[in-house]
Design a binder for this molecule. Structure first.
Ligand code: CA2
Length: 143
């Protein structure tokens, strides 16, 4: 199984500010955790982070025919991007949405998720563990 893990804007700033919401660990810690888990579970994974909506759309399009599943935390683009939703629909790769924080208990502008219209599952409020849950879900869903 080959999966692509996509993180959106400001995820590269994790651990620097707002530890009460996102924890004290960094994006480098997240990458290390996911790589370690995938190696132990015999899953091939690639990680991608971008602050640019179009680059995320390009990466999703490039995934067509190359990946079995996508794990995505679109970050702020969750709440705004029809383009990312359409890109996911266009490649039709099973996708799990992840949010580190419990977005359902946060500001009203975070209550819409466009990606949720396509994702087969969403994990929120589990910190970094949500990414592992998402990968495990994909493994079960794809087997
Ligand atoms: O909870 C999540 O995973 C989010 O996708 C994180 C996004 C936020 O816009 C979403 O509503 C929920 C934010 C990414 C990280 O932003 C930072 C903000 C301050 C300090 C460090 C990172």
């Amino acid at each position: 199984m080959k999966i692509l893990v996509i993180n959106g804007p400001n995820i590269n700033m994790l651990g620097i500010r707002e530890p009460a919401i996102y924890g004290a660990s960094t994006y480098a810690d997240l990458v290390a955790m996911i790589k370690e888990y995938c190696a132990s579970a015999d899953i091939e994974c690639e990680l991608f982070q971008s602050n640019h909506e179009g680059d995320i759309v390009d990466k999703i399009q490039d995934a067509y025919g190359k990946f079995d599943g996508i794990v995505i935390n679109p970050a702020a683009y969750t709440h705004t991007s029809v383009a990312i939703l359409d890109a996911l629909k266009s490649v039709a790769i099973p996708t799990v949405e992840v949010h580190i924080s419990k977005v359902s208990e946060r500001e009203s502008f975070r209550q819409i998720s466009y990606v949720s219209y396509y994702a087969v599952k969403t994990y929120q409020g589990l910190g970094f563990d949500g990414y592992i849950k998402a990968i495990e879900y994909l493994r079960e869903h794809l087997s």
